[in-house]
Design a protein around this ligand. Structure first.
Ligand code: IPD
Ligand code: CA
Length: 267
C-alpha cells in the first residue's frame, strides 16, 4: 500500500513539474483573464484551463481507471477507487497580477471524492516561480525537495505566525473579518499569501504556525492538508467536523485547539 502511494506521489511530482513549467512559461508570455466564475473577483485564465488539460491528459494516459476532480473541468467518476483532486493554478489572482505566489496542487485520494470521507494517499504542491516542490505520502511523511518536513511544535511567547484567506463573495467578508478579530490575540502577525495550497505547505514546513480559512473547495486543500498531517500537524474544520467548505484549520498540535475555538463562532 505504501509502495502504491509512493508511486502515486512520484507520478504527481512528475506531472506537477511539467504543469508548473507550462504555467510559468505562460505567465512569462503574459496572462489574460478568460472568464469570471462564482463572483466578479473569481477569475480563470487561459493558462488555468490549459494547465488542467495537461494534467488531466497525463493522468488519463497513465491511470485510465482513476477518477478526476479539477477546478476547471467536469469531474469524472473512476473505476479504481482512486480519484485525482487537482487545482492547476492555486492563487490565480496572484498569477494574473504577476505575484509569484501560486502553485500546482495535485492529490490522489481513496474513497468518495468528498473531503468529508476521503483518505488522501499522496499530495504534491509545486511552486513554479521558485521551483519549490512539496510532497507527502500517506503514512510515510512530507518533504520539501529532499528535506523532511515538520510543523512547529512549540509556540513562541510572541504569538503564532498565522495565515488566512478571504472568499471571492463580498457577502462573506464581514464574517471573515470578524473571525480575524477573534483570532488575532493568538497571533504575532497575520499573512494573506493568496494560495491556500501554499498556506498549507508553509504550515507543514514550519514557515507558518497556523492557517484558517472559510469557503475552500476540495482542490484547494486536498494536497496541502496531507502535507500538514504528514508533517505532524492537525487539520480540521469547525469543532467536531473535518475540514470542508465551512472551515479549514491547520497547525501544529500545540496551537490547534485554541485556533479552532477562535476561528469558530458567529459569522
Ligand atoms: C483561491 C486561493 C486563495 C483562497 C481562495 C481560493 P484559486 O484559489 O487558494 O488563497 O483564499 O479561497 O479560492 O481561485 O486561486 O484557485
Ligand atoms: Ca484554488
Amino acid at each position: 500500500m505504501t509502495d502504491d502511494n509512493r508511486q502515486l506521489a512520484e507520478l504527481a511530482i512528475d506531472i506537477a513539474r511539467e504543469a508548473g513549467e507550462l504555467a510559468r512559461r505562460r505567465r512569462a508570455e503574459g496572462v489574460s483573464i478568460a472568464a469570471t466564475k462564482s463572483a466578479i473577483a473569481d477569475i480563470v485564465t487561459e493558462a488555468d484551463r490549459e494547465v488542467e488539460a495537461l494534467i488531466r491528459a497525463r493522468l488519463a494516459a497513465e491511470r485510465p481507471d482513476d477518477g478526476f476532480v479539477g477546478e476547471e473541468s467536469e469531474a469524472e467518476v473512476g473505476r479504481s477507487g482512486t480519484t485525482w483532486i487537482v487545482d492547476p493554478i492555486d492563487g490565480t489572482v496572484n498569477y494574473a497580477y504577476g505575484i509569484p505566489s501560486y502553485a500546482v496542487s495535485i492529490a490522489a485520494v481513496a474513497g468518495e471524492p468528498d473531503p468529508q470521507s476521503w483518505v488522501a494517499l499522496a499530495g504534491v504542491v509545486f511552486s513554479p516561480a521558485n521551483g519549490e516542490l512539496f510532497h507527502a505520502v500517506k503514512g510515510v511523511g512530507a518533504w520539501l525537495g529532499s528535506d523532511r518536513l515538520a510543523v512547529n511544535a512549540e509556540l513562541s511567547p510572541a504569538g503564532a505566525l498565522l495565515a488566512t484567506g478571504f472568499g471571492y463573495d463580498p457577502a462573506t467578508h464581514a464574517g471573515d473579518l470578524a473571525r480575524v478579530a477573534r483570532v488575532m490575540p493568538l497571533a504575532r502577525d497575520l499573512r494573506r499569501i493568496g494560495s491556500a495550497a501554499l498556506d498549507l505547505a508553509f504550515v507543514a514546513s514550519g514557515r507558518l504556525d497556523g492557517y484558517f480559512e472559510r469557503g475552500l473547495k476540495p482542490w484547494d486543500h486536498a494536497a496541502g492538508a496531507l502535507l500538514v498531517e504528514e508533517a505532524g500537524g492537525v487539520v480540521g474544520g469547525l469543532p467536531g467536523a473535518r475540514a470542508d467548505n465551512a472551515m479549514i484549520i491547520a497547525s501544529g498540535p500545540a496551537l490547534f485547539d485554541r485556533l479552532q475555538a477562535a476561528a469558530a463562532g458567529p459569522e
